[in-house]
Design a protein around this ligand. Sequence first.
Ligand code: NAD
Length: 353
Amino acid sequence: MAKIMAKKKILVTGGAGYIGSHACVELTQAGYEMVVVDNLSNSKTQSLVRVEQITGKPVTFYQADIRDKAALTDIFVKEAIDTVIHFAGLKAVGESCAKPQLYYHNNVYGTLVLTEVMAAAGVKQLVFSSSATVYGESTCPQYSEDFPLGPINPYGRSKTMIEDILRDLSRADAINQVQTPWKIALLRYFNPIGAHASGLIGEDPNGIPNNLMPYIAQVAVGKLKQVSVFGNDYPTPDGTGIRDYIHVVDLVKGHIKAIEILDSDAFAAGACKPYNLGTGRGYSVLEMIQAFERVTGRTVNYQIVGRRAGDLAECFANPDLAFKELGWKAEKNLDDMVADTWNWQSNNPQGYE
Ligand SMILES: NC(=O)c1ccc[n+]([C@@H]2O[C@H](COP(=O)([O-])OP(=O)(O)OC[C@H]3O[C@@H](n4cnc5c(N)ncnc54)[C@H](O)[C@@H]3O)[C@@H](O)[C@H]2O)c1
């Protein structure tokens, strides 16, 4: 007879943000109870109102900073949390170069406080939002988890430091022979894009978008004039940079697979393991612009400009490990990603405002 397991209560840090709000929808629809903590530094409560609209269920929300140990402890006292998905963090590469202390304080110190409070509460299952930016440059453009790390900016270094801290925590449990050791999945995202098919939630960047897809969408909707394509002389078929874009709904489904595995014997107690979440296929900047024009019927003005320092010619995921161990693979294709981005952008030209 199949064993019926009660669904767990998940704390989602950064749950009001782009990826976090999509995770809230999928977690609720998968039957999980969920608690969100967010300081709203890069999001609005409206995203959670929309999550409630999609799921028909209320969201338990705490407005707090993860660096506020007393506030976080209070949440763990009030709520019987089983697992944490840790999205809260600052993510703009350019800003991280200008304000490294802010990034290390928010991302690294924030994770230290979170893990201290978790350990004190006896909650030792954690899914962490890492990033492909942790990898160093490689001659092979398809990145596997065992490739050397070598981030080139403070944002990427904050993610690498957090990965190191989490690995050290797992090792310390073995030394200290604790009864309930950590179980940690480090999910290295490639380039999440797209939006929920309802068009009710999506990416709402503050100011000028840093990433290609929201930038293209804002040009198409008339908010920005044109896309700058940084370099068309890379050794790629059309000369522009190639990246692995993944639909945000596929991405958050990877988190649900991760919490299921962490909660099973298939994931060894005391393990801290990285998994790439990408499609395994890359598209060039020009291919993305063409796909956007084809799917939406809109014209996207663009201009070729010089290369940007630090940009690689080509980078895409080897997602085999996530398939083998989490039973996860991306299902949605480029047209889905574009159509859902446009559905969100055209219905919400000013984002959540
Ligand atoms: N979007 C991407 O391209 C991408 C790629 C790789 C990794 N990631 C990582 O995924 C995570 C989520 O990214 P996103 O795109 O949803 O970003 P986002 O900015 O939309 O969401 C992050 C959320 O965390 C909150 N937050 C930040 N610092 C906080 C703090 N100290 N306390 C409480 N809340 C805090 C913000 O208000 C925001 O709601 C981040 O950790 C990011 O680094 C994102």
